[in-house]
Design a protein around this ligand. Sequence first.
Ligand code: PLP
Length: 285
Amino acid sequence: RFAYVDGRYIRHGDACVHIEDRGYQFADAVYEVWSVFDGRLADTQGHLDRLDRSLKSLRINAPMSRAALMVVLYEVIRRNRIKEGMVYLQVSRGVAARDHFFPAGVKPTLVITARAVDREAAAVKARMGIKVITQPDIRWGRCDIKTVGLLPNVLAKQAAKDAGASDVLFVDKDDFITEGGSANAYIVDDAGVIRTRSLKSNILAGITRAQLLKILKTTDIELREEAFTVAETLAAREVFITAATSLVMPVVEIDGHRIADGKPGPVATSLREAYIQQATKTAGI
Ligand code: PLP
């Protein structure tokens, strides 16, 4: 395997960044994750747009032009011979003697890695649905920026694993679900309406979410960007999450309570198919 680190393609095992990289010291860095279908990046522009927004929010300079970035992304895919997989990109503010203030004149550090994904195993998982637990949303107030400051997510997801579940649903102080540990969250309520929290309320603007909303516009399923409580979620017809890594993933159990009949529902199942079809068709554009 190969990684791209600051202008060079290096064997994955040998790739490293400086000990005074601000990503390491302050989580002063942003990232993106793309899924790769048939060797091509899915939702390319959406992820690049969000990367720009994240960088601008933190006032980190773009490490290179979009065109150059595309060349590097595809070179990493090529060198790793990825057909079905994912690409991870991280940009930190750069390397400087440790001091909270932005250092002057530093160059951002760019790291890109890629790895294969077993789509068949993922499909099996989606046919079963996943178990999740709820966790208090103790993250900061700028979850709209995709930063590598993910310690609350790490702790919450580990708590899920320790409880025999595979993800979390974060819950705010008013008992509303915000999102998953690394995914956006949705319910199908008892009127058959899909609900997902609005982007105005401290969640990440998922690229998979944006694509799903586009797909929903072509169907007669109603979608409301409206928050939902834990109680509404437990009583929902269906619950599911979306992310570049898990695509559309049905949730069948929350805190040990079965959702509906405990099997993935028709809405989540058909939206997973529709998303994969759409992503495969538009990958590389
Ligand atoms: N919400 C959080 C907190 C995430 O970490 C992610 C993805 O990593 C998402 C939502 C989904 O975003 P996307 O669909 O762009 O992968």
